[in-house]
Design a protein around this ligand. Structure first.
Ligand SMILES: Cc1ncc(COP(=O)(O)O)c(C=O)c1O
Length: 417
């Protein structure tokens, strides 16, 4: 069966989708680009690029305080993007959707505004061994400053979380539990709602790092149940420079501001200030207007595809990749075997080749992957490696591209033989 026909029969019409992504037409070292670094950042469809250009060409203006037409149009488009985000993740209201720069800033916002007010000496924080540095370093900084400590949920040899002793990890001093919804290094999909539920029953505040979940599967923040949920636009077809912090309204209301300045205030005197309503209380200064609006266009695009279809497509491509990579001698793959239990991320090591060498040879074949520790150095230590090669898939990737990856790996082995 020809590739094109096979993809049309799948969950997505991949050949039609590919036409929306101008960058996929380019060549690298004379070879067609095979972009498999989607966990780092996704490519952008024409619709998102057009939304950016339209804003700058036709209604560029600052928002919220303008009394002219352009300012009103920009404000409406920016707030409409927030409504799209709220609908996409099933947030109960737009007030609990805060625009930040990225997942990292969303988590730091919580660590500073909520953490400094609620975590003290002797308190405990629970994280996992598969944290991205973004959901680890902010809590280490907080713990060091306050004299708190961190406990880590361990990983199993299969690359899932060891939950057998979860209840034993809590103590009366546990203040926060944070975890990744999907691991960027292992691909593991964690049972976030179940783990959050355990924490909630004990009155522990929860944060889920959704950076690798919202791009790839339907996410309902109310069903997950976490107090905070963080993610980035740039990994889900949108521009860089915009992230989201979803927060439970009551907590956001109680929290002091993160950054001070314009927009986040209601009234300022020489003696002090009072704060704006949510969500603007946490959006100090001129926000990233253009990119937030274009993020709204990315959400439109994903909704038109249907997140269930996005998920099914990724399972298909990932299952195919796992099967094909397994045929190579000397390959070690990390994370669950079952594609239903993982996102579209495949981390591996190949013989005794250094992941960077693997990445460099693949690059010469036009294949872009990532090599290194993937901002999860402690996890790499648990795996007993300094790094891995990582191929990560998205809506425009095909089985044919997986074949190019496999050919490139065979070439890498021959090169270093
Ligand atoms: C699981 C996870 N968390 C957090 C981040 C950080 O995202 P950003 O760099 O957009 O802040 C990433 C990015 O790779 C990630 O994969």
């Amino acid at each position: 069966m020809r590739q094109e026909t096979r993809d049309r029969m799948g969950a997505l019409d991949v050949q039609r989708i590919r036409k929306d992504f101008p960058v996929l037409e380019r060549q690298v070292y004379g070879k067609s680009l095979v972009y498999l670094d989607n966990a780092a950042t996704s490519q952008k469809p024409r619709q998102v690029i057009d939304a950016l250009v339209r804003y700058y060409e036709t209604y560029n203006a600052n928002i919220h305080r303008a009394v002219h037409a352009l300012g009103e149009e920009a404000t409406a488009a920016y707030e409409e993007a927030r409504e799209k985000v709220a609908r996409f993740i099933n947030a109960p209201s737009t007030e609990s959707v805060i625009f930040t720069r990225n997942t990292t800033e969303s988590i730091n916002l919580v660590a500073y505004a909520w953490g400094r007010a609620n975590v003290g000496a002797g308190d405990e924080i629970i994280l996992t061994q598969m944290e991205h540095h973004s959901n680890l370093v902010p809590w280490q900084l907080l713990a060091q400053e306050k004299g708190a400590s961190i406990r880590y949920i361990e990983i199993t040899p299969e690359g899932t979380l060891e939950l057998g002793n979860l209840s034993g990890m809590f103590s009366p001093r546990t203040k926060l539990l944070a975890l990744p919804h999907v691991s960027n290094s292992l691909g593991t999909i964690n049972p976030a709602a179940e783990i959050v539920g355990e924490a909630k029953r004990r009155g522990v505040t929860t944060l889920v790092d959704g950076a690798q979940a919202t791009p790839h599967m339907p996410v309902d923040v109310q069903a997950v149940g976490a107090d905070f949920y963080a993610f980035s636009s740039h990994k889900m077809l949108g521009p860089t420079g915009v992230g989201v912090l979803y927060g439970r309204r009551e907590l956001l209301d109680e929290m002091p501001p993160f950054l001070g300045g314009g927009e986040m205030i209601r009234k300022v005197t020489f003696e002090g200030a009072t704060w704006n309503d949510l969500p603007w209380k946490f959006e100090a200064g001129t926000p990233n207007i253009a990119d937030a609006i274009a993020f709204g266009a990315a959400i439109d695009y994903l909704e038109a595809l249907g997140m269930e279809n996005v998920r099914r497509h990724e399972i298909e491509v990932t299952a195919y990749a796992l099967d094909r990579l397994r045929t190579l001698d000397d390959i070690t793959m990390y994370g669950p075997d079952d594609p239903e239990k993982r996102g579209g991320v495949v981390s591996f090591n190949f013989g005794d080749l250094h992941p960077h060498d693997v990445g460099t040879i693949l690059d010469r074949h036009g294949v872009a992957i990532r090599a290194g520790h993937h901002c999860t150095q402690p996890l790499m230590r648990c795996l007993g490696v300094s790094g891995t090669a990582r191929a990560s898939f998205y809506v425009y990737n095909t089985q044919e591209e997986v074949e190019v990856l496999v050919e490139g790996l065979q070439a890498a082995r021959d090169f270093f033989k």
